[in-house]
Design a protein around this ligand. Structure first.
Ligand SMILES: Cc1cc2nc3c(=O)[nH]c(=O)nc-3n(C[C@H](O)[C@H](O)[C@H](O)COP(=O)(O)O)c2cc1C
Length: 169
């Protein structure tokens, strides 16, 4: 399926927290709000998420593209990705994993199920808190896509794309 979202999953760790870029992520239920994330078992983050039992999905803006590429190509086994990506871990409200301060949207999630789907395991998680930076809201508190500037990934050719213009119906 294309396009895919680009999210930065942040997770608590014994030595240090980590960030992994994910695209195999989807909303799957509104009530209770639930998401799924497919994570390969060999990722450093895989064991971290299993141990923590929670994580935060942070939605980056286009100006965080380099950080997304770094967190998606380098391992937390070798790098402190918060430091290398110039990102700041800040405490979440309902989970032990930290949020990324620089991302305009932070979604706190608690893992409720882990199942093998083959090379990836599917983490099903309930959304327990959402934070949206005021800088991406209008005066009525409504989300402004052009301010948040989320971007997408096309896995078949490894390209990142920004969102185009709004389609009117
Ligand atoms: C745009 C993008 C999307 C990715 N999506 C996923 C994904 O959904 N699941 C996954 O297991 N790895 C995905 N990866 C690969 C991991 O982010 C990458 O292997 C990372 O270096 C693992 O870091 P870690 O070892 O610190 O966990 C993606 C990479 C990129 C660049």
């Amino acid at each position: 399926m294309v396009p895919c979202p680009v999210v930065l999953l942040s997770v608590a760790g014994e030595d240090r927290p980590n960030i992994i870029t994910l695209s195999w992520v989807a909303n799957v239920c509104s009530n209770p709000p639930t998401i799924v994330a497919g994570i390969r078992r060999q990722r450093h983050s895989y064991e971290m998420v299993k141990n923590a039992g929670d994580f935060v999905l942070n939605i980056p803006s286009t100006d965080q593209l380099d950080a997304a590429e770094f967190a998606g190509t380098k391992s937390g086994r070798d790098f402190d990705k918060f430091k290398e990506c110039n990102m700041t871990p800040v405490p979440a409200t309902k989970v032990q994993s930290p949020m990324i301060e620089e991302c305009p949207i932070n979604i706190e999630c608690k893992v409720i199920k882990v199942e093998s789907a083959g090379v990836h395991d599917v983490f099903t998680a309930e959304v327990v808190a959402v934070h949206i930076d005021e800088s991406v809201l209008d005066e009525n508190g409504r989300f402004v896509t052009s301010k948040a500037q989320p971007f997408t990934y096309l896995p078949m050719n490894g390209e990142y794309w920004s969102l185009g213009k709004r389609l009117e119906v």
